[in-house]
Each structure stands twice: as structure tokens, then as C-alpha cells.
Design a protein around this ligand. Structure first.
Ligand code: SF4
Ligand code: SF4
Length: 360
């Protein structure tokens, strides 16, 4: 029997839901939502589950991850219950729910969040202090600030940690979704769905493109492509360091890729930062503190990366090293917290789309 949590519609307000109990089940949101089908009344099913407090049903649903918050349902809701905002709040709720050891709790509660970021920043500063490579403050020697070996080994440890934690969290998601044998899970089903989701949803974001607001779609797409480029540039650097440590010239490839990929990323992240700051349209009327921290970290990671490239050609040595330290700390925080913060949507959404495709 389904367990009922009568306080759930109140609880979900902390994650940014508006007043979902105002819903009187008219069905306008389902009629307008491009994701709604005959057998899935989207997003009304989640609205009803929230109003009724069916917490387990919500925790085991993929629906929150299929929604791109185009906001059309919220526009047509006669009760101003903001069903689109509810879907966004449910995504935040699920990020906490699937987190290994409930680590996400640290980042989703105001007070503990402050301390978690404070401690991480402190760790970053101490890390730089202990591993700094006695830079010559009179002359810029790129990458001499922290030893290349430390960056390389630290990067690998971080990468393995993230891989293990992300894998465990995706398993938790899979377990809560409860695919059955009827859903036809086999290697072939996974492979077919993987290709479909990867090309049609991840790379081209087809579902998002159905939203009327094309500006958000374009900014999100550019941010994603830019990020993929930056990720590939980082992996390439690590591989080159490993296989061709003495070949300096070859590093121009990831360098150029990184410089080019930073442009769409910077455009995308600036768009979201500006719209959230201005509350430029109603879809940005509520920003959870996790939205702010995520977007600010990305913005500063990219900006300080570009600044480093400019400063490298100047004589402002101290500013160069300060920017270098700042860049390392921001990137460290962003990457280390990947599975526990809003950044985790990068893995949950494609995985949910994959599972939904298999179920379909
Ligand atoms: S925000 Fe858009 S995609 Fe999400 S439930 Fe509402 S209408 Fe559907
Ligand atoms: S449009 Fe609003 S009132 Fe109507 S079912 Fe959807 S959330 Fe409820």
C-alpha cells in the first residue's frame, strides 16, 4: 500500500514549489504540455501525487527529469499553482533523495550549505598552500604555480571518486524506478535507447526545442555543447600528459578546443545568470540557492580560465597567480560537488530519458 505523507506539499515548497495545493485538477496543464500523452497525463500526475502526499510514487518517477520547464503549463494554470515550478522542485528533491550517504543534504539546506561551501573553499586554499610550487613572483611561468604531478594525480583521484559516486547514485535511481522484466531490459534495449537518447535528446535536446521560448533553448544548447568541448579538452590534456609528457607542441590541440568551447559556454551561463538576476521572465521568478551557486561557479570557472590566458601575456605576475589560485579553487569545488548539487542534472536527466525510452 502507498504510504502517504500529508506534509509533502508543504515540504516541497522548500525546494521552490509555489502553492500546488491550490490545484483543482482542471487539466489545463496536461492539455498544453508537449510531453503529455494518452497514457501519461503530464504534469498533472505529479501534481496529484504531490497534493495527495504520495512521496514514494514521486521518488520513483522519471517525470521530473523529462520536463524542461518551458513554463507553458504554469502560464495556463487558472489557479496559479505553477505546475512547471513544481517539476523543477521535484528534481531538486530527487537529487537529495538519490544522494549517496545523503551528502546532498549538506548542499540543499541553507545553514549546512554555507558551512559545506566554506569548508570546501578552505580545503582548496590549504591545498594550494601545501602544494604550491614556490612560484617566482617576478616572472610568470605558466603551470608552475601548482606542480603538474599534483594536478595530474589529484585529477585522477577526483575522477575515480566521481565515477564511483555517480555510478552508485544512478544505481539508486534505477532501483527506485523499479524496471520490470516486462520493460524488456537487455543489452540490446539499452543500446538502442542509448543511441536514441544520446543523439535525439542529449546532443540536440529535441524535447526542449518544443518549448515556445527559443532563447532559453538556444542558451541551454550552447552551454551544453561548450561544456562537452571543455570536458573533451580536459580529458585530452590528461591523456597527453600521460602518453606524451615531453611533447609541449601537442598541447595546442586541447588549448584551442578549450578556448573555442569557452565561448558558447560563457554565452549560455551569462544568459542564465542575467535572466535569474533580472528575474527577466516568470520562469526565473524563483531561484533556489543551489541554482545560484552552480551558475556562479560555472561563470567564474570559465571567466577566470580566459583571464589566465590573457594575463599569461602580461607582466601582472601577482594578479596572474591570484587568478590561477582562484581558478583552481572554483574548478575543484565545481567538480568535487558534481554528484550532489544541481550539476548532477547532467547525469540524471540523460539517464532518466534513457530509462523512460526503455520503458516506452
Ligand atoms: S514546464 Fe513545460 S514540459 Fe514541463 S510540465 Fe510544464 S508544460 Fe510540460
Ligand atoms: S492547470 Fe493548474 S489547476 Fe489545472 S490541473 Fe494543472 S495545476 Fe491543477
Amino acid at each position: 500500500m502507498e504510504r502517504v505523507n500529508p506534509d509533502f506539499s508543504e515540504k516541497i515548497k522548500k525546494y521552490g514549489a509555489f502553492d500546488i495545493s491550490a490545484c483543482y485538477n482542471c487539466g489545463n496543464c496536461t492539455a498544453i504540455c508537449p510531453l503529455s500523452t494518452e497514457d501519461n497525463s503530464f504534469p498533472r500526475k505529479m501534481v496529484r501525487a504531490t497534493v495527495l502526499g504520495l512521496e514514494n510514487k514521486i521518488a520513483s518517477s522519471l517525470d521530473p527529469w523529462l520536463c524542461y520547464y518551458c513554463g507553458e503549463c504554469s502560464d495556463t494554470c487558472p489557479r496559479d499553482a505553477d505546475p512547471g515550478g513544481l517539476m523543477m522542485a521535484l528534481r531538486r528533491y530527487q537529487i537529495r533523495k538519490f544522494s549517496v550517504g545523503r551528502i546532498s543534504d549538506l548542499f540543499y539546506q541553507g545553514f549546512s550549505s554555507f558551512w559545506a561551501w566554506f569548508v570546501l573553499t578552505l580545503l582548496g586554499v590549504l591545498g594550494i598552500f601545501f602544494f604550491k610550487n614556490n612560484p617566482d613572483m617576478k616572472e610568470i611561468k605558466p603551470l608552475s604555480f601548482v606542480s603538474l604531478n599534483v594536478l595530474h594525480d589529484g585529477g585522477i583521484i577526483l575522477f575515480v571518486f566521481l565515477l564511483v559516486v555517480s555510478f552508485l547514485q544512478l544505481l539508486l535511481m534505477l532501483k527506485s524506478i523499479k524496471l520490470t522484466k516486462k520493460d524488456g531490459i537487455g543489452i540490446k534495449a539499452y543500446l538502442n535507447s542509448f543511441l536514441e537518447v544520446f543523439f535525439n535528446e542529449v546532443l540536440s535536446q529535441n524535447k526542449f526545442s518544443k518549448c515556445e521560448n527559443k532563447k532559453r533553448y538556444t542558451a541551454h544548447l550552447l552551454l551544453l555543447w561548450g561544456f562537452i568541448g571543455l570536458f573533451l579538452a580536459t580529458i585530452t590534456v590528461m591523456l597527453f600528459d600521460f602518453f606524451f609528457p615531453a611533447n609541449e607542441g601537442i598541447r595546442i590541440i586541447p588549448k584551442v578546443l578549450g578556448l573555442i568551447s569557452g565561448i558558447p559556454s560563457l554565452y549560455g551561463v551569462s544568459f542564465f545568470l542575467w535572466y535569474r538576476l533580472k528575474k527577466a521572465d516568470k520562469y526565473f521568478r524563483f531561484s533556489h540557492h543551489t541554482d545560484w551557486i552552480f551558475i556562479i561557479l560555472i561563470f567564474f570557472a570559465i571567466l577566470s580560465g580566459y583571464l589566465l590566458d590573457i594575463l599569461r601575456w602580461s607582466s601582472a605576475v601577482k594578479i596572474y597567480y591570484f587568478t590561477f589560485a582562484f581558478h583552481l579553487i572554483v574548478v575543484f569545488e565545481l567538480i568535487l560537488t558534481f554528484p550532489f548539487t544541481k550539476f548532477a542534472h547532467v547525469m540524471y536527466r540523460p539517464f532518466a530519458l534513457l530509462l523512460a525510452d526503455i520503458k516506452k
